[in-house]
Design a protein around this ligand. Structure first.
Ligand SMILES: C[S@@+](CC[C@H](N)C(=O)[O-])C[C@H]1O[C@@H](n2cnc3c(N)ncnc32)[C@H](O)[C@@H]1O
Length: 167
């Protein structure tokens, strides 16, 4: 179809929206319903949250008040308010480790996110190829056309010291 996709600067970065037709394909492929809580880090106008709300409980965190208000309106119009809510805040100040699934369409490197996560035991979904995490390990890469979504988590047990037999 072509056309210009929405884009603008916000106080904490840059806003561009995930493409819902691709996201739906990725979320279905991942069986998103198996997650208890999906949190979008920098939720923009709420498009990813509203889609994720078809599968599970969702919180979007966005620092830009105008975008967070638009997102809230969209969730209301789609009658998703029971499953999808929004917080206008810096996601680095929130207890994002509560989520078992974090989603981000990053506008900058993920070092600060990884620092906040510590040894969190969930799955991080990263839309697009530009800012892969450094400490989390790639588990799966989904691709459709030119769009990608990568799934990361901390590998459990793989890096620990080897126990001697009998100890
Ligand atoms: C590329 S957009 C992605 C929007 C949405 N997640 C989506 O997939 O359509 C990144 C968004 O993250 C927001 N953002 C960046 N850093 C943030 C922070 N520390 N706390 C809250 N929002 C942040 C920006 O304002 C922007 O709206």
């Amino acid at each position: 179809m072509g056309g210009t996709r929405p884009y603008r600067q916000t106080a904490s970065g840059a806003w561009a929206a995930s493409r819902p037709e691709y996201l739906l394909h990725f979320f279905e492929g991942l069986d998103l319903a198996r997650f208890r809580l999906f949190v979008d880090l920098g939720s923009g106008d709420g498009v990813a949250c509203c889609l994720a709300g078809l599968f599970t409980r969702v919180i979007g965190i966005e620092s830009d008040y105008f975008l967070a208000s638009q997102a809230q309106r969209a969730a209301r119009a789609l009658e998703l308010r029971e499953r999808v809510s929004f917080i206008c805040a810096d996601f680095l100040t929130q207890t994002i480790q509560r989520a078992d699934c974090l989603y981000i369409y990053p506008d900058k490197p993920l070092d600060a996110v990884e620092k906040v996560l510590g040894d969190w035991n969930g799955h991080l979904l990263v839309y697009g190829p530009h800012f892969p995490p450094k400490r989390l390990e790639l588990q799966k890469k989904l691709k459709l056309g030119m769009e990608t979504m990568s799934v990361y988590s901390y590998r459990r047990g793989g890096d620990g010291p080897t126990r001697e037999k009998g100890k």
